[in-house]
Design a protein around this ligand. Structure first.
Ligand SMILES: Nc1ncnc2c1ncn2[C@@H]1O[C@H](COP(=O)(O)OP(=O)(O)OP(=O)(O)O)[C@@H](O)[C@H]1O
Ligand SMILES: Cc1ncsc1CCO
Ligand SMILES: [Mg+2]
Length: 325
């Protein structure tokens, strides 16, 4: 994932992956919440994948190994389902975790942490969910975030950018790609960050659009050549889903219910020209602030932009400049 990967490169990659999903119709096993089953299955179908909502522990060990990818979503968690989730996650297939409302209860948080230990390729959540998960998972590293005071169930009370640093730390500590959805969907492997800025705010008013996006990431994960392409799978799936939302809105949606219908139609109808020209994914260039004198500093990190700040004790910051690398 280098900086030469331009917006045009991402557009072509998104089209390549969507085309592969349509050509190969990967079987995506979802152990997902009861609210999301319909929209997730329909989004998968519209994108060209084959959804299967299976959650009995009597079936999972036999069924999951025959699938191409797995989506585990704790939205309507119950004690009986957790062993099925763990079995599906352990079946050796690439899998994605959706930690819906991770902070809702200790039971749910413990379940999410135990699933995280089973090494998902990707975790996709809204900002509040990723902040909550990171703050518990990284407790030893004293994460600064606290999300419980504003907890609002399955909906986020934070912007995706608020969770970016915690997402990177969580990615580094778990080895999973972390995707934080929002106005910009950030996707990180702990070092690199890409932002996908497709989508419309009205998507938040349709329940379980995030869950459907997670299921779509699983479908894209099923068709990437290398497990290390999990970042591309997540970014492209989120951009394509957001683009379907944009086109759905342009198609005359009047509110959440009609947007839901138009979004699924748009996902089904996406063509090469539309995807390559409208997918908006870019490398997120972050600034590392180095408080020092310009001349005396050798940048330690060359993959990001470095901000040199002239600082004099008692006088604060005098001026700054950005070095691009
Ligand atoms: N402000 C926004 N502008 C544009 N798109 C958005 C915005 N907020 C969310 N989205 C898009 O809506 C979809 C769902 O993301 P969201 O963060 O709402 O998930 P979520 O909270 O997990 O949803 P749910 O729990 O209902 O499944 C994603 O594709 C995301 O890109
Ligand atoms: C509303 C809701 N409650 C549990 S799961 C879910 C769907 C959005 O995640
Ligand atoms: Mg969610």
């Amino acid at each position: 994932m280098d900086e030469e990967r331009t917006a045009a490169w991402w557009g072509r990659r998104a089209w390549e992956l969507l085309s592969a999903v349509r050509a190969r119709a990967p079987l995506v096993h979802c152990v997902t919440n009861l609210v999301s089953m319909d929209i997730a299955a329909n989004a998968l179908l519209a994108a060209g994948a084959s959804p299967a909502m299976v959650h009995s522990l009597r079936e999972v060990p036999e069924f999951t190994p025959r699938c191409d990818a797995v989506c585990v979503n704790v939205g309507t968690l119950s004690e009986g389902w957790l062993p099925s989730m763990r079995a599906a996650a352990s079946a050796g297939r690439p899998w994605v975790l959706d930690p819906v409302a991770a902070a809702a209860s200790e039971f749910r948080m413990e379940a999410c942490l135990s699933l995280l230990a089973l090494r998902p390729a990707v975790v996709r959540g809204n900002a509040s969910e990723i902040l909550a998960l990171a703050s518990r998972s990284l407790a030893a590293a004293a994460s600064s975030s606290s999300s419980s005071s504003t907890f609002k169930g399955a909906d986020s009370t934070h912007d995706s950018g608020d969770a970016l640093q915690d997402a990177k730390a969580l990615a580094r500590s778990t080895g999973a790609v972390i995707a934080v959805s929002g106005a910009v969907d950030y996707v990180t492997d702990g070092e690199r960050v890409v932002g996908a800025s497709n989508g419309v705010a009205m998507m938040q008013k349709i329940t379980a659009t995030g869950c459907a996006a997670t299921a779509l990431i699983a479908a894209f994960l099923a068709v990437v050549e290398e497990p290390s392409d999990a970042m591309a799978a997540a970014a492209c799936a989120l951009a394509v889903f957001g683009l379907a939302g944009e086109i759905g809105m342009e198609s005359g949606a009047k509110g959440p219910a009609s947007l839901r219908m138009h979004l699924i139609d748009a996902l089904y109808c996406l063509d090469e020209q539309t995807v390559t020209s409208r997918v908006r994914i870019s490398l997120h260039s972050h600034h590392l602030t180095v408080i020092t004198d310009r001349e005396s500093c050798t940048p330690r990190k060359s993959s990001s932009r470095i901000q040199f700040v002239r600082y004099r004790p008692g006088m604060g910051i005098l001026n700054s400049e950005i070095d691009g690398h």
